[in-house]
Design a protein around this ligand. Structure first.
Ligand code: DHB
Ligand code: FE
Length: 282
């Protein structure tokens, strides 16, 4: 059977794509953000996941406001990127892990989640940029299962439900009949708000409490309603739900986690950026 060897959570600001393209990693504005990654890349080279399950939110490339699934799982042979209008270079396609996609879809549906299944799925900056940050050289070495969680248009799924989804996905992975090793990625957050009167809102105190809870008490954030979380983290900071799903996926019956690396920097664009890597221990 397969098992989950670890998880990574990272912010996904579109401007990162431009910075990579222009080679600005050492620029004083960008350095504190990019400097978080080498240690995580080194750890990934050691643990060598074959497959990455990715919790992310689409920003209008694949799902627009007219059709907005709460949870959508990719089951495609490959995932294409396309021009999203941010001026980010379009990246080459990523390889799907179709067998795991359908295993997750079947198991998680059996656990009571009603999913949208996508045999064609464009992936936006929320998928492509973390992959480029984690494996900057050459072709991406992992195949992927993208799981899209709506954090864009109300009503959004509750923190409790997202954590339960993560757990169900984790359990599904551990009953997948395969020798492949699997890691989990969360893409989004931390606190940020792009629109309205609070545009530019960042909440360091809450971000740090939330990340600490992922290590000490992963269910802590499930006490909050979506409106509480929007108030605390911002209208787009609600993307931290992905971190909760990732942590849920690591909570299989025996797995404990150890922190491999943590980096936090304010701001890149409008966002408090976070990078967290967790390894599961028996
Ligand atoms: C920004 C952050 C995001 O999460 C996003 O999807 C788009 C833009 C930003 O801070 O610029
Ligand atoms: Fe976003």
């Amino acid at each position: 059977m397969a098992h989950i060897i670890g998880g990574v959570a990272t912010s996904h600001i579109p401007a990162i794509g431009g910075a990579i393209h222009k080679g600005l990693q050492k620029d004083p504005y960008w350095k504190p953000f990019f400097d978080g990654f080498p240690l995580v890349r080194e750890w990934l080279r050691e643990i060598k996941p074959d497959v990455l399950v990715i919790f992310y939110n689409d920003h209008g490339l694949n799902f627009f406001l007219d059709k907005m699934p709460t949870f959508a799982v990719g089951a495609a042979e490959q995932y294409d990127n396309a021009d999203e209008g941010w001026g980010i270079p379009t990246l080459p396609s990523f390889k799907g892990e179709v067998d795991l996609s359908w295993h997750i879809i079947n198991e998680v549906t059996d656990q009571g989640f009603d999913l949208v299944t996508c045999q064609e799925m464009l992936v936006d900056h929320a998928v492509t940029l973390p992959l480029k940050l984690l494996w900057p050289e050459g072709k991406c070495p992992v195949s992927v299962v993208p799981i899209c969680i709506n954090t864009v248009q109300f009503p959004l799924p509750s923190a409790r439900r997202v954590y339960a989804l993560g757990r169900a996905v984790g359990e599904a992975v551990s009953s997948w009949a395969s020798d492949k090793t699997v890691a989990v990625l969360a893409s989004g957050g931390l606190s940020h708000q792009l629109d309205g009167e609070r545009a530019g809102f960042i909440n360091k105190d809450f971000d740090l409490k939330f990340v600490d809870s992922l290590l000490t008490n992963p269910e802590w954030a499930t006490q909050f309603s979506i409106h509480d979380l929007v108030e605390k983290a911002g209208t787009q900071g609600i993307e931290l739900l992905m971190w909760l799903a990732m942590r849920g996926a690591l909570t299989t019956s025996s797995a404990k986690v150890r922190k491999v690396h943590w980096n936090y920097h304010i701001p890149i664009s409008n966002t408090a950026t976070g990078l967290l890597a967790l390894e599961t221990t028996a």
